[in-house]
Design a protein. Structure first.
Length: 401
């Protein structure tokens, strides 16, 4: 049965590729970064800066990638992305100079724009006629397992093989598993979206960029992404500076993945008939609560666990919010291009987060100061999202079913 008759086929395929892609391209670096720095003797800013550069490249490539998926579908775009991911990770495995290190992260950045959630959501939006929100929610259930699987896996492989062979293994997985799976996605013209599934009207990319709601939403997502990217790289060292052992920090951090999944199951079960704008308000509010617990009680394992639970739940549902709110506000016809444009500032923030935090830690290693800054950013992101969905444009938008 073709995926046109069975659109859930793309969820089954991308469930595997999202776990691998997020786990290897985004999460693994946090485990091996300090080993890379130790081997080469490079400054922290160089080691983390190349990783941040890859996120910036991803942000710049997000809109073109979304436009290509709108027009041609996910097979070619995501398939090429897997090839680039494999080549970039193998390049890291064999690098002996900063030039090759930077070039490898550049390829990985292009790959991120073509294989991670924004590309997957655009593919789902294109193929699911009546229930793109449900498709996005189901896919994120699997993607939420990436950190839970790949943080311990990378820690184990790095201990057994070293960081070079760990990246080599991950590169081969992209080439031999993810690329063939993406090649099974549908390619061809998109089908017209039923009128019952449309928003008030479909905005073009140009119209969306002129709407103040777009920029409020972009800033809210960007501020939240700054927190996510900072913690994805610095959470384990941060917890160690609060006085916890490396093993304890990794163990408690693995709560994030299951809580992402739990949050998404909760969204599917209890909130599927609630407007995504409303779900977003609650989700954005959870992040400051979690950071507040970490800020004042970070020395206690129970408080750290509470933070990981709240952070995981918030991030899990927010992924769905990022995929569904743009559909609700701006329509589906040009979803890939608009969501890519929204992702651009977020990915710039994602790029800035790790290197800015690394530079701050060089000056002030106190974990409380860094967490305090992230708490302030989380409050700003909540305020921006509330302002966005309170606008007249948001108020007239039709909720996705």
């Amino acid at each position: 049965m073709s995926d046109r008759k069975d659109p859930w086929k793309i969820i089954r395929l991308m469930a595997i590729t999202q776990i691998v892609s997020w786990g290897s391209l985004f999460y693994a670096f946090a485990i091996v970064a300090h080993d890379i720095q130790r081997e080469f003797g490079w400054r922290t800013e160089l080691v983390f800066g190349a990783y941040s550069w890859s996120l910036l490249v991803s942000g710049l490539a997000a809109t073109p990638a979304g436009m290509l998926i709108d027009r041609y579908g996910g097979r070619a775009v995501m398939g090429i992305g897997s090839l680039l991911a494999g080549a970039g990770m193998i390049g890291l495995a064999f690098t002996h100079s900063f030039a090759l290190y930077l070039a490898s992260w550049t390829m990985i950045g292009l790959a991120m724009a073509m294989v991670l959630y924004e590309a997957a959501f655009a593919t789902i939006n294109r193929e699911f006629l009546h229930s793109p929100r449900k498709g996005i929610s189901v896919l994120t259930l699997f993607g939420g397992l990436a950190s839970t699987v790949f943080w311990p896996l990378t820690l184990k492989l790095n201990g057994l093989l070293g960081w070079r062979d760990t990246f080599l293994v991950y590169g081969l997985i992209h080439l031999l598993l993810c690329a063939p799976l993406h090649a099974l996605l549908h390619a061809g013209p998109r089908r017209p979206v039923p009128a019952a599934s449309k928003a008030a009207r479909d905005y073009t990319l140009h119209e969306a960029l002129r709407d103040p709601t777009f920029w409020k939403l972009a800033f809210a997502f960007s501020a939240n992404m700054l927190i996510l990217s900072t913690l994805s790289v610095h959470l384990i060292p941060l917890l160690q500076r609060f006085g916890h052992s490396a093993g304890t920090a990794v163990l408690v951090s693995t709560l994030i993945g299951p809580m992402q999944v739990a949050g998404r199951i909760g969204e599917m079960t209890f909130a599927r008939h609630i407007r995504p704008q409303t779900i977003g308000k609650l989700t954005f509010a959870i992040m400051p609560a979690g950071l507040c617990a970490l800020l004042f009680l970070g020395q206690h394992e129970v408080a750290v666990a509470a933070f990981c639970i709240l952070y995981g739940a918030s991030n899990g549902v927010l992924t769905i919010v990022r995929g569904t709110v743009p559909q609700a506000l701006f329509g589906r016809e040009n979803y890939g291009a608009i969501s890519g444009a929204l992702a651009g500032p977020s990915l710039v923030a994602k790029a800035a987060g790790p290197i800015a935090a690394a530079a701050f830690i060089e000056v002030n290693s106190s974990p409380a100061w860094l967490v305090g800054i992230l708490f302030t950013v989380s409050v700003i992101s909540l305020a921006c999202f509330v302002a966005a969905v309170k606008s007249e444009r948001a108020g007239n938008a039709m909720a996705l079913e």
